[in-house]
Design a protein around this ligand. Sequence first.
Ligand code: SF4
Ligand code: SF4
Length: 171
Amino acid sequence: MDKNAGLKITGAPSLEELHASVCYRLPSKDCNKTLAVIECIEGIPCNPCETACPQHAITIGSEITNIPVVDWDLCTGCGLCVAACPGLAIYLKNYNYNEETSLITFPFEYYPLPEVGQSVTMANRFGEEICVGTVLKVLTLKRNDKTAVISVSYPKEFFEDVITMKRLKRE
Ligand code: SF4
Ligand code: SF4
């Protein structure tokens, strides 16, 4: 397959463009693992995801503009690549968080941050509201600078569409 298939120049990628790319794979509905999903199809000169992964699960290769590819046999769902990506192009997903909901863990750089247990509005790649989710975890590590890593459960029917949450209003 062409390593740069799905190459896109500007804007958020559509699902059609993602499906044409070698970097984008979505965990299947019978998979119970939490796995890294990459939406980086622009062929930019960048590789922190590759160096951040302790399992060496992400490969870019000798050309720094290659599209990153993740090996799910090696991925442990640790999330280190999520905060390491300057393009906010990686998240973790698990279809089977429980009977009704899926899980997403995504980078978030807007304040205020949500609280655990809070209901939040989940959004797609274009910032459109999709559904309501429940915050499970908010990770703010010094080494991640100002990028928080947030885990949310949300209805399974929106598994692929959801990639982030809407910004919260300041009180
Ligand atoms: S989630 Fe962890 S193990 Fe998986 S690709 Fe990212 S850094 Fe590597
Ligand atoms: S760190 Fe992010 S933006 Fe850079 S190559 Fe990896 S996925 Fe793409």
